[in-house]
Design a protein around this ligand. Structure first.
Ligand code: ADP
Ligand code: ZN
Ligand code: MG
Length: 645
């Protein structure tokens, strides 16, 4: 029964990077290789059977039978061809037989008891078989298998050599080169909505790449490294490509994780190769995506104290230091974890230019939606403003995925245009996952879920700093059995202590309902508890929002490890740790009491909401507001309007 929109699933959709390897022979697919081998085999077999010739064999008889026939005087003549005997009988009949090798036919026949007399009546002709065909027919059965084996060995060795060659190319960078002149893969600033400051900052770089002389003449030092920072899906990769597209320079992109392979030293040599490659085709941009994969703080033991990674990182630093300003190669890197990066990367002369990409605000969201709406046919009722309004916290990638889901929904229902309704439904789908109507709750579960969600919704409506409810449903979605969909009244950059406290109480409402009304607790609220506890802990350890602890940040933003320390070392003593735990549990218990009190005081409303939920399964904002208004709770929207008046 998750309901926290911050906890939403991220869908990062990537347009597949255009791969443009160096020109040359691509590896043949295994299928075509196998076909090649089979074809060769067939041809050889065919040739062999041609040489053998089709046997137009007369009746084959044994040597003793032949001897008998000769004794009886039935045989007119016998011709000997090698070991093959062809006996022609009186009356034109032919029979064939085989003589013993290396023994003269006459000797053999005599041994079989043919008298010299009878033998004398038979013409025996020994045909000279030393001709070309004779040799061929006797050689082919021997030579052919040998040839075949040789061919097979050669074929195998070629494969092995191929693999060997691959081993030699390990050290080569796997960078993908985007050709600046390919209009299909070209991305420009126009394709990136919002991110005004970032674009402004990067324009300078574009300017330099286009027109380096102007800068170099005046002795300006252009930054070598630019670090793009921002949450996943905020368009870091996209923006880096756009810089290359704007400047019209080669764009070498590689992901941090691609540097690191099984073999030690590969990463470093890949770095060298990549930089050489870029220098040769300068002006160019080298883009290292997800640089935190190699650029983590060294020597912490985090991630296994990977020597290989350190070598790779060192090599990047060495290469960047070795740049001459006139080399016109700029290194860009992207990360969503700037807090874990090695400080050496951030030193002047390296990635000293930092560009932050924020989650888009409403106006930006609208623009991003517009960009991704371009190729989609829309029905008249589509209003992107409304979608932008309802998607706070969505990243560019989320919005892209929203538009895509909308189109899929429309197509699935055999419509040719995407309607507003499709897009609205997609919002939830992107946040929580697809609806699972097939997931049936038992009657008891349904009732419990209804009360649980009603509890969240009720507490959210009563507490002044909680976000208003947009929708409640007990139709399960993704892994959630039901959820309350809340949206802030306006976009917020800052969150206050009061808001946090109300959020925690709202989060605990489901738990409180189960405990107080059903007298038992299910596994349903486990996620609620996790989210609420994490929030309470952050209040105490990060934001200085606890009176008992005072104004102190005990943990860094990104997580525990601070520079130079292992992951499990806290910067505080055990006593402080115990105090934190006590404070967190105090916050949780206070919030729980607040939630329980509201549930008790407004029990009638709770029942009304829950019963309605069991009946219709989904309550939209309007109906919900009417429902609570009828019981004397002023809906937040109206209350706010009253304030304004
Ligand atoms: P990141 O690298 O920051 O994780 P990406 O650059 O890979 O994010 O963005 C993923 C996709 O999201 C992009 O391909 C694009 O379709 C969309 N997107 C993200 N930000 C924007 C934006 N500002 N304008 C337009 N599209 C965006
Ligand atoms: Zn819940
Ligand atoms: Mg990216």
């Amino acid at each position: 029964m998750k309901e926290n929109p911050q906890n939403k699933k991220k869908f990062v959709i990537r347009k597949s990077d255009r791969r443009q390897g160096p020109p040359g022979r691509g590896p043949r697919s295994p299928i075509s290789q196998a076909a090649f081998a089979v074809a060769t085999l067939l041809i050889l077999a065919g040739a062999y059977s041609l040489f053998r010739g089709a046997p137009t064999a007369p009746k084959e008889i044994s040597l003793s039978e032949l001897s008998l026939d000769i004794s009886k005087g039935l045989v007119q003549s016998v011709s000997v061809k090698g070991d093959a005997l062809d006996a022609s009988y009186f009356g034109g009949l032919h029979k064939s037989s085989q003589k013993e090798a290396s023994t003269a036919l006459t000797t053999t026949l005599k041994n079989y008891g043919v008298s010299s007399e009878a033998l004398g009546k038979v013409k025996i002709a020994v045909e000279n078989e030393q001709g070309f065909l004779y040799w061929l027919s006797s050689l082919v059965p021997i030579v052919l298998p040998i040839l075949f084996i040789i061919f097979f060995l050669w074929y195998l060795s070629r494969q092995v050599r191929g693999a060997g060659m691959q081993a030699f190319t390990f050290g080569q960078s796997k960078a993908r080169l985007t050709n600046p002149n390919d209009p299909k893969s070209r991305v420009t600033f126009k394709d990136v909505a919002g991110a005004k400051e970032a674009k402004e900052e990067l324009k300078e770089i574009v300017d330099f790449l286009k027109n380096p002389k102007k800068f170099l003449d005046i002795g300006a030092r252009i930054p070598k490294g630019i670090l793009l920072m921002g949450a996943p899906g905020t368009g870091k990769t996209l923006l880096a490509r756009a810089v290359a597209g704007e400047a019209g320079v080669s764009f070498f992109s590689i992901s941090g994780s691609e540097f690191v392979e099984m073999f030690v030293g590969v990463g470093a040599s890949r770095v060298r190769d990549l930089f050489n490659l870029a220098k040769r085709s300068s002006p160019a941009i080298i883009f290292v995506d997800e640089i935190d994969a190699v650029g983590r703080v060294r020597g912490t033991g985090v991630g296994g104290g990977n020597d290989e990674r350190e070598q790779t990182l060192n090599q990047i630093l060495v290469e960047m230091d070795g740049f001459e300003p006139n080399e016109k190669v700029i290194v860009m890197a992207a990360t969503n974890r700037p807090d874990v990066l090695d400080p050496a990367l951030l030193r002047p002369g390296r990635f000293d230019r930092r560009v932050t990409l924020d989650l888009p605000d409403r106006k930006d969201r609208r623009e991003i939606l517009e960009i991704h709406a371009k190729k989609k046919p829309f029905a008249e009722d589509v209003n992107l403003d409304v979608i932008a309004e309802r998607t706070p916290g969505f990243s560019g990638a989320d919005l892209y995925s929203l538009m895509n889901e909308g189109a899929i929904l429309a197509a699935r229902e055999n419509r040719t245009k995407v309607s507003q309704f499709d897009l609205i439904r997609s919002i939830e789908k992107v946040i929580i996952g697809p609806e699972r109507r097939s997931h049936l709750l038992s009657k008891k579960e349904k009732e419990l879920t209804a009360y649980h969600e009603a509890g969240h919704a009720l507490v959210a409506s009563v507490l002044p700093y909680a976000d208003p409810v947009h929708k409640i449903t007990i139709i399960s979605r993704g892994r959630a059995l039901g959820y309350v969909f809340k949206l802030p009244l306006e976009e917020k950059k800052l969150q206050s202590k009061k808001e946090f406290l109300d959020d925690i109480a709202v989060g605990l409402a489901g738990y409180a309902v189960e405990k107080d009304i059903f007298g038992d607790i299910t596994t349903g609220p486990s996620n609620d508890l996790q989210v609420a506890t994490a929030l309470a802990r952050d209040m105490v350890t990060k934001y200085g929002m606890s009176e008992a602890m005072g104004p102190i940040a005990l943990e860094s933003q990104g997580g525990k490890p601070l520079y130079g320390q292992g992951p499990f070392e806290n910067e505080y003593s055990e006593e402080v740790g115990a105090a934190i735990d006590a404070e967190v549990s105090r916050v949780m218990n206070d919030s729980m009491k607040r939630a329980e009190k509201i549930i008790k005081d407004y029990r009638k409303v709770l029942n009304a909401i829950a019963e309605r939920l069991v009946e219709v399964e989904t309550i939209e904002q309007k109906e919900f507001e009417d429902l609570i208004s009828a019981h004397g709770i002023v809906p937040k929207r109206k209350k706010d309007l009253e304030h304004q008046r």
